[in-house]
Design a protein. Sequence first.
Length: 470
Amino acid sequence: MTNSSRTHHTTLWIVIWLAFVLIACNLGAAPAAQPPTLAPRFTATPFPTLGFGGNTGNQVLEVAPEGIGTPSAPNIDVELYNLTEQVDIERLRTHVQTLESFTTRHVNSSQSSNTYGIGAARTYIYDQFAEIEAQSQGRFVASTLAFDMTYSGVPTRQENIIGVLNGTEVGAGFIIVGAHYDSINTNFEDSTGFAPGANDNGSGVAGLIEIARVMSSRQYRNSIIFVAFSAEEVGAVGSEAFVNWAQGRGLDVAGMVNIDSIGNSNNREGVVNESLRIFSCQEEDICNDNGLSRHMARSMEFLAFAHSAVLPMRVERSADRDGRFGDHFSFSNAGYPAIRIINTLEEFGNGSTLDVASAVEYPFLRKSTQSILLMIVTLADSPPPPRNITLRTNANGEPMLLWESVPEASAYMIALRTPGSPLYDAQVEWSNQTTMTWEALTDGTYEALAIGTIGDNGLIGRLSPEYVLR
């Protein structure tokens, strides 16, 4: 580790502490009820629109059984579109090509070279974060978090590269956005052989750096910690080290997004599928998060749909592919909500020497990065969800849903899930009221719901914890 790295490592604790003091949530009181306006999606497993209003094949249907109009909020999608348009395809290409040029990023490769091995990758990523810091007018701070490990009998000191984008509200919690930068080839213990790792995970690191660059032009409610993890390929050691560090300091992690392999839209047979999968731990998996990760996955798919993300996203029913793992495991196992985002088709197997920069589909990588950027903004900059959701029976014997008012709310969005569905199948955009009477709440049509707050600018926020209707 260089003297510069050590200096930045020692400042990380101060950076996180300062960020901790800059974030928050509020809640308040309630008016009267009207019948809902239901907006079901086209199918039981819908995809979001492909682009901002450009595709009508998976649009939301408006149905008003009782005739209430929905609130007219500002078109936040225009703002989100303008933000995501700043994602630069040539910057993404340069990052992937540069990471591949180091030949290997194996944890036991050279730590000292500037042109070869994991040390060169570490320096490159840190320099990118330092450049973002220099342009951010104090909003973004780059640092490192070192940890010791031994793999294949070789002890090394590794570093996670960290950038903190300070938030504006005290108590709002931290959003973690991560991507691993190490690579392997098919011989996992080979520390010198060619291990390009262009899609896995040069693409994720490229997306991470570009999202940090675009978002650092302003602040958000939540603080965001961008982390390039080392040692994922050998047991997610880097993310475990980060989680241990976070737990030791009582860091309030509101959610973790793991960006891992987002640059291939086709497989080796030439089939093309421009969509993303969202993996997350669930109750049946071996994890300790009480379903928080699966709820986060559903919420992120829903918000991406509601805000017209560039790419379709699909909630998967498992924590990862069969026999596979990722850095999101480290967070879920510690009780934090965490998801993995990955391309739908995998062109090359893990550690393939064919996973080179020229095989990455860069227009697709840009769309992936844009879609994930949109998700991070909805996580980090929206008003808090309502609390104390409950279902009662009113004086007429009708089911009545109630929740606590959110002062920042201009309206609310209610997401509904049918029995057994992995995602939310319908939505009700509700005016700035905190009660709703509706027979469908108890007739078995829906199994559960969650409520998000719509802010003055039209941004739909993180969904509340899921409320089971049965």
